[in-house]
Design a protein around this ligand. Structure first.
Ligand code: MF3
Ligand code: CO
Ligand code: CO
Length: 250
C-alpha cells in the first residue's frame, strides 16, 4: 500500500499560498541573474524576498544545510551551496527555493541561463523544462507513479540525455520531505496509483552526459561524475478529483 499524507481543500489553499511565494521569489531574481553576480548574492536576494513576504526558508539548517536556497551551477546536479562564486557568461544555474508559509511548504526550482549560453546548454535546459511540463500534464487520480518517470525518461532519452537516478521528487506539505519518492524514470503502469489529495514534487535532473553523480566533500554538492552539464526544474503539485493543480506557478 502506498503511504502518503492526504491533503484537503483548506490545506490546498495554504499550499497554494506557499507555492506562489516560492514562484514569485524565482520571478524576482530572474532578471538579476547576470554575469558578475555571486551565488551568495542570489541567496541574499531570496532571503530578502521571503522575509518581505513573511515566509521562512525551509533549507536553512535543514539537516545542517548552511544556506537558504540551493544554487547549482553547470555540472552541479543539485544541492549547490551559495558562496562567493561569481557567475560568468555562458553558465547555467538552477536556483531551488522552498518557502515555509503558515506551516506549509512550496518547493520549486528553475534553471536560468547566464548571459548568452551555448546552443547545447540551451537545448538541455529547454528539454528539462519540457520534460517536467509533460510529466505534469498526465497527472490525475488512477495513473501510476511509474507513468510520471516514464514520461520524463522517454522524452529526454530520445534526445540523448540521461535521467539522474540518485535524487528524486518527494511528497511535500506540512513536512519538507514526505513519502512517497517520485522517481524521474520508470515503466508505464508500474508502482502505486495516484489518489486525490496527494501532494508531491516532480523535479527531474537531466544530464547532457551520463547519469552518474557524486557528492563533494562538503556533504551536499552533487555533481555529474563525467563533468557534463546538468539542468533541473521543479514544481510542487497536488492531485485533484480529475487532474492536478500546480502550486508553484506565479
Ligand atoms: N529543495 C530541495 C528539493 O527539491 C531540497 C534541498 S534540501 C537542502 O528537495 F538541504 F539542500 F536545502
Ligand atoms: Co524538492
Ligand atoms: Co527543491
Amino acid at each position: 500500500m502506498i503511504k502518503f499524507n492526504k491533503y484537503y481543500p483548506n490545506e490546498f489553499a495554504k499550499l497554494r499560498d506557499a507555492g506562489k511565494i516560492s514562484a514569485k521569489c524565482l520571478d524576482y531574481i530572474t532578471d538579476k541573474i547576470k554575469p558578475g553576480i555571486s551565488t551568495q548574492e542570489i541567496d541574499e536576494m531570496c532571503v530578502h524576498f521571503l522575509q518581505k513576504h513573511n515566509a521562512c526558508s525551509a533549507p536553512l539548517f535543514y539537516r545542517g544545510f548552511p544556506k537558504s536556497i540551493c544554487t547549482s551551477v553547470n555540472h552541479v546536479v543539485c544541492h549547490g551551496i551559495p558562496c562567493d562564486k561569481i557567475l560568468k557568461n555562458g553558465d547555467i544555474i538552477n536556483v531551488d527555493v522552498t518557502s515555509l508559509v503558515d506551516g506549509f511548504h512550496g518547493d520549486t526550482s528553475r534553471t536560468f541561463c547566464v548571459g548568452k549560453v551555448s546552443i547545447k546548454a540551451k537545448n538541455l535546459v529547454e528539454t528539462t523544462r519540457e520534460a517536467l511540463n509533460r510529466s505534469i500534464k498526465i497527472l490525475k487520480p488512477g495513473i501510476h507513479l511509474g507513468d510520471i518517470g516514464n514520461e520524463i525518461q522517454t522524452y529526454v532519452e530520445k534526445k540523448g540525455y540521461s535521467v539522474v537516478r540518485d535524487f528524486c521528487g518527494h511528497g511535500v506539505g506540512r513536512a519538507f520531505h514526505e513519502e512517497p519518492n517520485i522517481l524521474h524514470y520508470g515503466k508505464k503502469g508500474t508502482g502505486p496509483k495516484l489518489q486525490e489529495g496527494m501532494v508531491f514534487t516532480i523535479e527531474p535532473m537531466i544530464n547532457a552526459g551520463k547519469c552518474d553523480t557524486k557528492v563533494l566533500n562538503d556533504g551536499w554538492t552533487a555533481v555529474t561524475k563525467d563533468k557534463s552539464l546538468s539542468a533541473q526544474f521543479e514544481h510542487t503539485v497536488g492531485i485533484t478529483n480529475n487532474g492536478y493543480e500546480i502550486f508553484t506557478i506565479s
